[in-house]
Write a protein that binds this ligand. Structure first.
Ligand SMILES: Nc1ncnc2c1ncn2[C@@H]1O[C@H](COP(=O)(O)OP(=O)(O)OP(=O)(O)O)[C@@H](O)[C@H]1O
Ligand SMILES: [Mg+2]
Length: 325
């Protein structure tokens, strides 16, 4: 069902994304590692999970896994292996997770391994293991994804000191659906519920307000067809729920950053502003402002082009409006 809120897992439920799916097949088929990027709610997890399932690959969600031990345990579980099945000498009290994973990969040999939500992983051991997989197991292809492109940077643009230097993955960027695709997505979703009627102008308004973000369109459709809310209410609830999700995400992003200043910048760029206007309004040092804008754009929160900055996702705009200073 298109309006199911969970990430899609099979091609029959995955709407569009034909070109991206094909590109993912082509790249992994020719031995590349790939990073699937995109803003919140553009359908990254659905694409990579479907791809893993359809190709007998493995999907591992690394959300919240911080230490190397956490990552190793998730990977092991994803690979369907138990610690005691490996031939390791486990007499050591201290488990050597690097070796455990090394053995685990020997079992796997030829597979696609999809790692979702890799953005929080900072363990240098993890990067070293990836290098080992790259060097030793050419049959394993890894697909990465996650929310914040900025934090994926270490993977995507490794510094010369990084174990992944020279092993940059190919990237696929998921864009929001265009106007026509968004409309057709909603219509196809509604058609799965024979008893629910809808009007063309409602579809038009929903697409206008939610702007091609498949996740928000799915929320709206779900509110209409599962929760049976009328159009206006469904739209209001989508914006409310969505902006709650994004606010949590923004709070997380702003942790350990100069929140007050970031919030001021976000409030100004919400409606679109030139660099010089932001600088004048805030009266701050150019370098500080440039750093803030760089962090916000690489985290895909803000768009920037030729000195003009704005927020594209309408739900993000709403979340910024409600963000506490
Ligand atoms: N191609 C698609 N066809 C149908 N539904 C989709 C598609 N892509 C995403 N969805 C729906 O949109 C919502 C968000 O999808 P998903 O979790 O895959 O996005 P995401 O980009 O990984 O989001 P996040 O940024 O939160 O990780 C889910 O409800 C999912 O079912
Ligand atoms: Mg996701």
């Amino acid at each position: 069902m298109l309006f199911d809120l969970r990430p899609k897992e099979s091609l029959k439920d995955l709407y569009d994304r034909v070109a991206e799916y094909r590109e993912l097949s082509r790249l992994t088929g020719s031995g590349h590692w790939v990073a699937v990027l995109g803003k919140r709610m553009t359908g990254k997890t659905s694409l990579i999970k479907t791809f893993a399932r359809e190709n007998k690959g493995i999907y591992v969600n690394l959300l919240g896994a911080r230490s190397f031990e956490d990552v190793s345990k998730r990977l092991l579980a994803g690979l369907g292996l138990k610690l005691d099945e490996l031939t390791l000498n486990l007499k050591f009290l201290q488990i050597r997770w690097g070796r455990v994973l090394d053995e685990a990969f020997q079992f796997v040999k030829e597979k696609i391994i999809v790692l979702d939500e890799v953005q929080e992983i900072s363990s240098p051991h993890f990067l070293k293991i990836l290098k080992r997989v790259w060097d030793e197991y050419s049959g394993i292809r890894i697909v990465f994804s996650g929310s914040y492109i900025g934090v994926l940077r270490r993977l995507l643009e490794p510094s010369p000191a990084s174990p992944l230097y020279g092993r940059k993955p190919a990237t696929i960027v998921l864009k929001p659906f265009d106007h026509e695709t968004s409309k057709n997505f909603l219509i196809s979703g509604f058609q799965e519920y024979h008893q629910i009627s809808f009007k063309g102008e409602e579809i038009e308004e929903a697409v206008e307000r939610l702007n091609g973000y498949v996740g928000w369109l799915t929320y709206y459709g779900n509110f209409r067809c599962e929760r049976r809310l009328p159009h206006d209410e469904a739209l209001r609830e989508t914006v409310r729920e969505g902006s709650k999700i994004i606010q949590t995400e923004l709070d997380h992003f702003l942790k350990n950053r100069r929140r007050e200043l970031y919030v001021k910048v976000l409030r100004i760029v919400r409606a679109g502003a030139r660099w010089s206007e932001i600088k004048r309004d805030l009266n701050i040092n150019s370098k500080v402002l440039n750093d803030i804008l760089k962090n916000l754009t690489s985290a895909m929160i803000v768009e920037g082009k030729e000195g003009y900055y704005w927020i594209e996702d309408p739900i993000m705009r709403e979340a910024v409006k409600k963000l506490r200073p």
